[in-house]
Design a protein around this ligand. Structure first.
Ligand code: PLP
Length: 395
């Protein structure tokens, strides 16, 4: 079997074998319901408590501010819809951006159908929110600012500390989708004045279907899933004990190696970017060079389609993506690439390659060598490219 080079870590990651090991006992042996009275359930309780402690520490929160969820999308829905409901008497205006994940964008669109007003902020050509735009959008009726910590397509790390300070100064709640940033860069909820923050385990070598929402003490949002009294009556449903135990382990492992991982991935990322831009003509980097997620690269190649590149990369065992998992399958170019000002025809030729600590320098070189060949092959078949070249030659 040919070697798999998996460069779609922003879509999902594998489960680290050590994480699986931490989960395994809670399936067949220690399967007790955490809410039961008998001592057999104590290990399930301990596992959840321990994961909650590890996780609270990882963002500078208190343990009673961490609520386990069924993943990143649930956290986005909960934070935004529950804020809208709980703070309705104060106002009906929400501020977000044009480059959020669909879990945020579609939730906001849903609320617009229910009497809320939403401002979708523009971003600059590298994907950064402009603070003066944010300030100008604030109204007396604004109840929530929801801006992602880092973008899942182009890796832009937003000025979260400054955004948090603006929200705090105006007495507005601040939610940040941190699915891509969590365990990839340091996060401190107090330093950034974050009121709500959600994450997902399967983006950091944990299992799918589990995440958490951080809710700062004093934020009055209620339960989103009604039922039992789990998660201090704020999130009903029997706890996903194996998933939570695995999430805790994934966070423990990730936080132990955070600094080295950032340095390592940044080195690979910059090598990949430098080689592509130097060796493939008519290519561009989407997103910034600085303040970019250490594991993210995103390119556009003129005259070709992202989808055809993906198929040819797949032939040599390389997994990448074009836009996000949510937009592939549709013919629409990514809303993020359009928001940074790319014309449709260029946005179609995008390729996102997201690395992990398991990626090697040899992998990167193999990918660039193949990419050069693939881009050339596709351009050789492209009438647009032929046309472009003949015009160049006439000049
Ligand atoms: C993956 C992702 C989500 C969704 O998380 P799930 O656990 O898959 O529901 C939300 N926001 C961002 C930025 C993501 O990258």
């Amino acid at each position: 079997m040919k070697k798999l080079i998996y460069l779609d870590n922003a879509a999902t990651t594998r489960v680290n074998p050590k994480v699986l090991e931490a989960m395994t006992p809670y399936f067949c042996e220690l399967y007790g319901n955490r809410s039961s009275v008998y001592s057999f359930s104590d290990s399930a309780k301990d596992a959840v408590d321990q994961a909650r402690e590890t996780i609270a520490r990882s963002i500078g929160a208190k343990t009673n501010e961490i609520y386990f969820t069924g993943g990143g999308s649930e956290g986005d829905n909960w934070a935004i819809k529950a804020t809208a409901e709980a703070y309705r008497s104060k106002g009906n205006h929400i501020i977000t951006t044009k480059i959020e994940h669909h879990a945020v964008l579609h939730t906001c669109q849903y609320l617009e159908q229910h009497g809320f007003e939403v401002t979708y902020l523009d971003v600059d050509e590298e994907g950064f929110v402009r603070l003066e735009d944010l300030k100008a959008a604030i109204r007396p009726t604004t109840i929530l600012i929801s801006i992602m910590f880092a973008n899942n397509e182009i890796g832009t790390i937003e000025p979260i500390k400054e955004i948090g300070a603006i929200a705090k100064e105006h007495g507005i709640l601040f939610h940040t989708d941190s699915v891509q940033a969590y365990c990839h860069i340091p996060i401190d909820v107090d330093e950034c004045h974050i009121d709500m923050l959600n994450t997902s385990a399967h983006k950091i070598f944990g299992p799918k279907g589990v995440g958490f929402l951080y809710i700062r003490t004093g934020v009055k949002i209620r339960s989103f899933i009604h039922g039992g009294a789990q998660e201090r009556k704020r999130r009903a449903g029997t706890e996903n004990v194996p998933g939570i135990a695995g999430f805790g382990k994934a966070v423990e492992l990730a936080m132990e190696t955070l600094d080295e991982r950032i340095a390592y991935e940044t080195r690979l990322r910059d090598h990949l970017i430098d080689r592509v831009l130097a060796e493939i003509p008519y290519s561009r980097l989407n997103g910034p060079r600085e303040n970019r997620l250490p594991n993210n690269t995103n390119f556009c190649f003129q005259f070709i389609e992202g989808e055809s590149m993906l198929i040819l990369l797949d032939d040599v065992g390389i997994c990448g993506s074009s836009g996000s998992a949510c937009t592939s399958g549709s013919l629409d170019p990514s809303h993020v690439l359009l928001a940074i000002g790319l014309p449709h025809e260029i946005a179609h030729g995008s390729l996102r390659l997201t690395l992990s600590e398991e990626t090697t320098m040899e992998d990167i070189d193999f990918v660039v060598d193949n990419l050069k060949r693939i881009v050339q092959r596709l351009r050789d078949m492209s009438p647009l490219y032929a046309d472009f070249i003949s015009k160049q030659e006439k000049k």
